[in-house]
Design a binder for this molecule. Structure first.
Ligand code: PMP
Length: 399
């Protein structure tokens, strides 16, 4: 008996398991739709031109690598706020905003979870049913009980708004409510402006704490429209937490670029909130890494690079939308009689295809096409070279 003999093997991560099965498949036409990454038309993870230009300028500087402040690079944090609230927002100078650079969107969620738990004693969070699979695990690891509110309606492939409102209403007063600001992962189903207004109303009445997760800003309509939930919540006067991720929008996955922003209720609350947030950071990883945030800050704070980035981001969005449209058309052409138009209505990188776990298993075994058993497919992994094979296979398993 040695110390670690009591440690049991953790359950396999379903997506990693999927990647292993995909890698082991020797069929040349195999396709991996299980990933959560944007691939370009050539099937590659792009390095954006705006990022490359910013990196070249940074390398030329040969700057020393001292420690950053706990809350990260000030120019980065300020740029994050402008992106969230709009560059003309009066909130920017309100003294009510705290932003800390974080280790991706995941790191931002963990900072927010720890802060709310340690400072306000929060221990109940509600996430959407379904949600990004790490939401539950992350909040549980932070000491929360995690419950769900209804979100997806399989019958319409759309939003179950009434269920969502009732679910949020029924939570104990003061619960933390986690919401996807845009491009919901995994379903691709988003709220309309009117839907948001009703959700905000319930949250306000029940004095819940809204925590917005925005990991796909720019993948829905554009950078401004995709921030509409953030801005509506801010206008409502509610205090608010926001977890930003630039992993996808800058194609900087491995650099871990994100931010936690807290909108306080009053100016006087801001300094204490920042001071306590810094303690959370200090006791987790002390201070954040430099490179990715410097790249993002440079792009966001330079008019030319910003325009280039916005253009490249639009290119990713338009390509995904074109793949959605092609999917719907090709499925119809392949004889699928049911209405698959919902694929075009869903937004962001993912679509809840409506395929059953059995159908997903058949896609893998018979066609070498891999997807998550929930039926979630990554539309951003489709391209002109593989889409015909994918739609033909989906049509066959739907038959
Ligand atoms: N939230 C959601 C909804 C996500 O889909 C993801 C990434 N898949 C994240 C947060 C985490 O992003 P990051 O990779 O920047 O940690």
């Amino acid at each position: 008996m040695s110390l670690f003999s009591a440690v049991e093997l953790a359950p396999r991560d379903p997506i990693l398991g999927l990647n292993e099965a995909f890698n082991a498949d020797t069929r040349p036409n195999k396709v991996n739709l299980g990933v959560g990454v944007y691939y370009d038309e050539a099937g590659k993870v792009p390095l954006l031109k705006a990022v490359a230009a910013a990196e070249e300028a940074l390398v030329a500087e040969h700057a020393a690598r001292t420690y950053l402040p706990m809350e990260g690079i000030a120019a980065y944090d300020a740029a994050v706020q402008r992106l969230l609230f709009g560059q003309d927002s009066p909130l920017l100078d309100s003294g009510r905003l705290v932003t800390a650079q974080s280790l991706g969107g995941t790191g931002a969620l963990k900072l927010g979870a720890d802060f709310l738990h340690r400072q306000l004693g929060k221990s109940l969070v509600a996430i959407s049913d379904p949600s990004w699979e790490n939401h539950r695990a992350l909040f549980e690891a932070a000491g929360y009980e995690v419950v769900t509110y209804p979100y997806y309606d399989p019958a319409t492939h759309g939003l179950n708004l009434d269920g969502m409102l009732a679910g949020i209403e029924a939570l104990p007063e003061g619960s933390v409510v986690l919401l996807h600001a845009c491009c919901h992962n995994p379903t691709g189903v988003d709220l309309s402006l009117a839907d948001w207004a009703r959700v905000i109303d319930v949250i306000q009445r029940r004095q819940h704490v809204p925590f917005l997760d925005i990991a796909y800003q720019g993948f829905g309509e554009n950078l401004q429209d995709d921030a509409v939930a953030v801005r509506l919540f801010a206008e409502s006067g509610l205090p608010l937490l926001i977890a930003s991720s630039f992993s996808k929008s800058f194609s900087l996955y491995g650099e871990r670029v994100g931010a936690l922003t807290i909108l306080t209720g009053e100016r006087d609350e801001t300094a204490p909130v920042l001071s306590q947030l810094k303690r959370v950071i200090r006791t987790n990883y002390s201070n954040p890494p430099i490179h990715g945030a410097k790249v993002v800050a440079r792009v966001l704070n330079d008019a030319h690079l910003y325009a280039l980035w916005e253009d490249e981001l639009a290119g990713m969005r338009v390509r995904i939308k074109a793949m959605r449209q092609a999917m719907v058309e090709q499925l119809q052409a392949a004889g699928v009689s049911r209405d698959m138009g919902f694929i075009q209505r869903q937004r962001g990188m993912f679509s809840y295809s409506g395929l059953s776990a059995d159908q997903v298993a058949r896609l893998a075994s018979e066609y070498g096409i891999y997807a998550v058993s929930s039926g979630r497919i990554c539309v951003a992994a489709l391209n002109q070279g593989n889409i015909a094979a994918v739609t033909t296979a989906i049509a066959a398993v739907l038959r």
